[in-house]
Design a protein around this ligand. Structure first.
Ligand code: BGC
Length: 765
């Protein structure tokens, strides 16, 4: 059921009332990030109500020992998690020596906004304490894009009716806990704490993984806008707090400007941390919050200039897509090849901040088209750099000869999840990784990435598939047993059509590229053969297997079968599920889910999405009409794929419904789980549903194609794409569609199947 708590606005996320039951949900929705760190929107001051404290430093994880009932060979040793890091945003407030607690006062006014245009978060609260003191808080903060270790807060307390003594105490605190912990281990060790006047820092180290993290703060205090150095210090183990105290008459205020954040050993060696962050803190304090905010604004301007999608006359749709684009940019900037995109980004603990197939299957197209090729290459290199680990992972499962199984969940290349049947058996992730390499090549037209690096990954993956399938004498075909497809509501099935088809495609693509390289660049081919110990017979074997894979098909319905035996199920459509039993994963036993026909997310249809030009429109229609009515869309990744496919079928109304579901999944809390964090990776799916769905963007034969359709509710929409270094803009209105070259050289482009002739910066209908 949808929630209407968040107000509609084209550029802002707004919450204009305080509901203690929505605090955790809003903490997710108002999260801030800058690619290197991220925070849930926890209040600065103390709050004794239900809250989920979360602050994360990118890439800093702990290997939490796996917890299973009965250990089996092949289980991963640990589940890696990006940890809840020491708190640097906290500011305690005392009035007449009573600690302010928003859970214990009467809130008169509450207004929280997140301005997506600038990344600025603000919160205004007016309240009355038990003792009858009226005061207001104004808190605003942002995480700097121009300096990844820096966050800035401006926080003021003003009293209204009677005189009072007010203390504001900005602090840093390393005494934090992860909600998600297998054994209740201590994750952090405090190494040292240091204080120099208005600068303080804590050095902590993760146990086992030994990441050093410096958490710091710098402060400037003001009484009625006049700077003051009259503050004191309180410290205890792992906690340093400054204390600024003032006796205020009505209408007087105290204010603190606080800068802070993290520097981890992934960014700088630990010996340099103090000097580095102290310089950042002191320089930032001397520039002041407002000047720093100007820098931040120009950074976001640059991002929006390229990445914005504007929609006229549909405010909810507009807010939805901007929220998604905003969060994707807060999560991953593409600067650091060690980092990736966790399904919850830096907004919660679920999924441990690790990398899933989501990156290649959903996020990759967004970053390649709205950033540039080097960002896309960083994403590919992340897996390339993990190839050896993927080979070791396959060895653990009994594969040989350089076969590579990339993990379903990873932070350092090792598989690190606790669930066997669901997660590990989703070996289809190997195909998504190969597909991203293919997508890169198709998008950029550059063959060198595959020749130099991508081919190593493709060969490892093909070796895996060729060993993972087995020959069925009965079917006289190669079959694949015991897998889980993208639909996680079926486990350990035989011949999941999607996985079989994707395996076939991977082997074919690898063979095709190897043959091409041998023709065009025999020397390069020879080095590849030597480097990978690859023989011609091995490649011929893949070709033979690929052409003989069993692809389950039902003649009567003319559909591919999701897996062997799917039609044995009691095929009742999702319409019969009572609404109070949705989502079924929160109401039904796992046993009931597994035997039901209900599909969590696109499975056969995921194959139609990836390989659409392999199938006719008729085939897409049959499969879509058969499977969608059994699909509960309980994965956030589901609606976007359905939106793109519905748009391919020219069902624009249906595509629009799916679009609203994906784009407002978190804002309207469709799956009643936003309190756990945002669905960051599925946000890239939202972008896909506009760009590939309504924009009809496709890349074919070194050209970019658009075949736009306008949802009825929209007056127009437009977006920009970086295609091969040129920026082009598509605008679609009720009367026409335009493709404009904004920057760069004319590229080969088609609008509604007609070639667009760009003169530099000209437009064509
Ligand atoms: C989905 C997976 C996805 C994971 C992380 C699960 O709910 O079923 O496909 O990889 O979430 O987003």
């Amino acid at each position: 059921m949808k929630s209407n708590h968040i107000k509609s606005d084209p550029w802002k996320i707004i919450e204009d009332s305080f509901d203690p039951n929505k605090v955790e949900a809003s903490e997710s929705i108002f999260s801030l990030g800058n690619g290197a760190m991220g925070h849930r929107a926890n209040f600065e001051e103390y709050y004794s109500g239900k809250t989920f404290q979360g602050s994360y430093a990118a890439g800093v994880y702990y290997p939490d020992k796996t917890r299973v009932g009965w250990w089996k060979n092949g289980y991963p040793e640990y589940f890696a998690k990006v940890l809840n890091a020491p708190n640097w945003i906290g500011i305690d407030v005392y009035y007449d020596n009573v600690k302010l607690d928003l859970n214990k006062v009467t809130i008169q006014k509450f207004l929280r906004t997140l301005d997506m245009r600038t990344g600025l978060y603000t919160r205004q609260v007016t309240l009355t304490t038990h003792e009858g003191l009226n005061l207001s808080i104004f808190a605003t903060r942002f995480l700097a894009l121009f300096q990844e270790e820096l966050g800035c807060i401006k926080y003021s307390v003003k009293i209204h009716n009677v005189a009072a003594n007010i203390k504001v105490c900005p602090y840093i605190d390393a005494n934090i806990k992860n909600k998600d912990s297998n054994w209740d281990d201590q994750f952090w060790e405090l190494k040292s704490q240091s204080i120099d006047e208005n600068f303080a820092m804590l050095h902590t180290k993760t146990f086992k993984s030994e990441f050093d993290l410096c958490t710091y703060q710098g402060v400037s205090f003001y009484k009625n806008s006049i700077p003051s150095k009259e503050y004191s210090l309180e410290k205890s183990s792992g906690r340093i707090s400054y204390v600024f105290e003032a006796n205020l008459a009505p209408n007087e205020e105290v204010m603190v400007e606080k800068v802070g954040g993290y520097c981890s050993s992934l960014q700088q060696s630990q010996q340099k941390h103090k000097k580095h962050v102290k310089k950042i803190a002191l320089e930032s304090l001397s520039k002041g919050f407002d000047a720093l905010l100007d820098l931040q604004k120009s950074n976001w301007d640059e991002i929006w200039e390229m990445a914005d999608i504007s929609i006229e006359d549909d405010i909810k749709a507009q807010q939805g897509i901007r929220f998604n684009i905003f969060q994707l940019n807060q999560t991953y900037t593409g600067k650091n090849p060690l980092l990736n995109i966790g399904p919850k980004g830096y907004t919660g603990e679920k999924y441990g901040g690790s990398t899933y197939w989501d990156t290649e299957a959903f996020c990759f197209p967004f970053y390649i088209a709205t950033k540039n090729e080097s960002v896309a290459e960083n994403l590919l290199n992340y897996r390339y750099n993990h190839l050896q680990k993927a080979i070791e992972n396959a060895v653990k499962l009994g594969f040989t000869g350089g076969a590579a199984l990339f993990p379903m969940v990873t932070i350092n290349g090792e598989e690190c999840h606790n669930e066997w049947e669901i997660t590990f058996e989703e070996i289809h992730r190997n195909a998504a990784i190969a597909h991203a390499i293919y997508a890169y090549e198709r998008y950029t037209g550059k063959t060198t990435y595959v020749e130099n690096k991508g081919i190593d990954v493709l060969v490892g993956i093909s070796r895996f598939w060729s060993q993972r399938i087995s020959f069925s004498k009965e079917k006289k075909k190669y079959v694949m047993l015991g897998v889980t497809g993208p639909n996680e509501y079926e486990n350990n099935v035989n011949n999941n059509w999607y996985t079989n088809y994707a395996a076939k495609w991977c082997m074919e693509y690898t063979c095709k590229r190897l043959i091409q390289i041998s023709k065009d660049k025999p020397k390069v081919h020879k080095t590849i053969q030597e480097r990978l110990d690859l023989s011609n017979p091995e490649v011929i074997d893949w070709e033979e297997k690929a052409s003989n894979i069993y692809l389950p098909y039902d003649k009567k319905n003319d559909i591919f079968l999701q897996q062997d035996g799917f039609l044995d199920k009691d095929l009742k459509k999702t319409l019969v599920i009572p609404s109070e039993e949705r989502p079924i994963n929160q109401h039904w036993s796992w046993d009931r889910i597994l035997r039901s026909p209900y599909i969590k997310q696109a499975d056969v249809l995921q194959g139609f999405y990836f390989f659409e030009n392999h199938f006719s429109n008729e085939q897409l229609k049959n499969n879509f009409d058969f499977y969608e009515p059994y699909t509960v869309h309980e994965s956030s990744l589901s609606p976007s794929i359905h939106a793109v496919l519905a748009a391919s079928l020219e069902r624009v109304d249906q595509a629009y419904d799916f679009y609203l579901q994906t784009s407002r999944l978190d804002l309207d809390d469709y799956n009643a789980e936003v309190h756990e964090g945002l669905h960051i990776t599925s946000m890239a799916g939202t972008w896909l549903s506009i760009v590939k769905g309504f924009g009809g963007m496709r890349i074919k034969d070194n050209a970019i194609y658009f075949s736009p359709q306008l949802p009825k509710a929209w007056k127009s929409f437009s977006f920009k794409i970086n295609f091969r270094g040129s920026i082009i803009e598509l605008s679609v209105s009720k009367t026409n569609s335009l493709l404009i070259l904004i920057k760069g050289n004319p590229v080969s482009a088609f609008l509604n199947e007609k070639q667009v002739i760009f003169n530099s910066k000209s437009d064509v209908k």
